[in-house]
Design a protein around this ligand. Structure first.
Ligand code: NAP
Length: 287
C-alpha cells in the first residue's frame, strides 16, 4: 500500500479563496472589514516569522490587520491595557497575542484578558471549556486545521479509533476533544506513555504532535491508517521534518500529511476563518 498524500497547501488555498469571497461580501453588503490585532512582545526571531506570515495571509484574504510591537521588558499592566483597548474596539474582531511571552508576563492572565468573542486563537478558558461541551466559540487553529483536512479528505471519524500523540494545551488535548465530539474513540499519549507503539498500532487515525523527529516508525502504524503529522522540527542539516518517518510510514498508511505542506498551511487558514466568523457574528449581533 502507498498512502495518498494529503496536500494541505491545496486545501488551504481552496479554503482561503472561499473566505476571501465571504470577506469581500461583508465589505460590499455591510461596509465591514474583518479586523485582527496582533500583539508581539519582544523580538523572538521565530515569532517574527510567524507574525509576518499571519499578517501576509490576512492581507491576501482581505482581512485588515494591525500589529502592536511591544518591547521585551514591557510590564504586564501595559500589555493588559492594550488588550482592554482592543477588546473595546468594534473594528477589531480578533486579538492574537503571539507566544511565547517574556517571563514577567503571566500567560494564563493574558489569555483570560482577551474577550472570548475575540479570542481567535481559541486559548481563553471559556473557549477551552467549550471544547468539552461542544460549544466552543473558536476552536484552536492547529487542531481545527486538522479537523478541516480530515473533513476535506472525507475521512470517516464516527466510531473510528483515534490516537493522538501529544497532550499539549494548544494541539494534543483540544484535538482529542474535537475528535471525541465527532464520536471517535480517542486515546491520548504523552511522554510518560509506556510502549507508545502498542497504542499507535490501534489507530485508524493517528495524529502526531510531539515535536520529536522520527518518533513514529512503520512498525507503530496499522496498515491503512490515516496519519496526520503536526510536528515541525528543524534538523541540524537545516531540513524541516515532522514527527513521522514519512518515507517508511507512507508505504503502510492509506493517507498521510507531509511536512512541510500538510497541517502547517491549515493553521493560519483557520486563523483567517475564525476572524471572518467573528466579524460575521458581530454583524449579526449588531455590534
Ligand atoms: P509541546 O507543548 O512541546 O507538547 C508536546 C507533547 O508531546 C507533550 O504532551 C509531550 O508529552 C508529548 N511528547 C513529547 N515527546 C514524546 C514522546 N517521545 N512520546 C510521546 N509523547 C511525547 O508541543 P506542541 O506545541 O503541542 O507542538 C507539538 C509539535 O507540533 C511541535 O513539533 C510543534 O512545532 C508542532 N506544531 C505545529 C503546528 C502547525 O501549524 N503545524 C502548530 C503547533 C505546533 P508530555 O505532556 O508528557 O510532556
Amino acid at each position: 500500500m502507498t498512502a495518498r498524500i494529503i496536500d494541505g497547501k491545496a486545501v488551504a488555498r481552496k479554503l482561503r479563496a472561499e473566505y476571501a469571497e465571504r470577506i469581500a461580501g461583508l465589505k460590499t453588503h455591510y461596509g465591514v472589514l474583518p479586523g485582527i490585532a496582533v500583539i508581539l512582545v519582544g523580538e523572538n526571531p521565530a515569532s517574527e516569522v510567524y507574525v509576518r506570515n499571519k499578517i501576509a495571509a490576512c492581507k491576501d484574504t482581505g482581512i485588515h490587520s494591525e500589529l502592536y510591537r511591544l518591547p521585551a521588558d514591557t510590564p504586564e499592566a501595559t500589555l493588559m491595557a492594550r488588550i482592554d483597548a482592543l477588546n473595546a474596539d468594534p473594528a477589531v474582531h480578533g486579538i492574537l497575542v503571539q507566544l511565547p511571552l517574556p517571563p514577567q508576563i503571566s500567560l494564563p492572565d493574558v489569555l483570560e484578558r482577551i474577550a472570548p468573542d475575540k479570542d481567535v486563537d481559541g486559548f481563553h478558558l471559556y473557549n477551552v471549556g467549550g471544547l468539552v461541551t461542544g460549544n466552543t466559540v473558536f476552536p484552536p487553529c492547529t487542531p481545527f486545521g486538522v479537523q478541516k483536512l480530515l473533513e476535506h479528505e472525507k475521512v470517516e471519524i464516527e466510531g473510528r479509533n483515534v490516537v493522538v500523540v501529544g497532550a499539549s494545551n494548544i494541539v494534543g488535548k483540544p484535538m482529542a476533544l474535537m475528535l471525541m465530539q465527532q464520536d471517535a474513540t480517542v486515546c491520548i499519549c504523552h511522554k510518560k506513555t509506556r510502549d507508545l507503539g502498542q497504542f499507535t498500532l490501534l489507530a485508524d487515525i493517528l495524529v502526531v504532535a510531539a515535536g520529536v523527529p522520527g518518533l513514529i516508525v512503520p512498525q507503530m502504524v496499522k496498515t491503512g491508517a490515516v496519519v496526520i503529522d503536526v510536528g515541525i522540527n528543524r534538523l541540524p542539516d537545516g531540513r524541516l521534518v515532522g514527527d513521522v518517518d514519512f518515507e517508511g510510514v507512507r508505504k503502510k498508511a492509506s493517507m498521510i500529511t507531509p511536512v512541510p505542506g500538510g497541517v502547517g498551511p491549515m493553521t493560519i487558514t483557520m486563523l483567517l476563518h475564525n476572524t471572518l466568523v467573528s466579524a460575521e457574528r458581530a454583524i449579526s449581533a449588531g455590534r
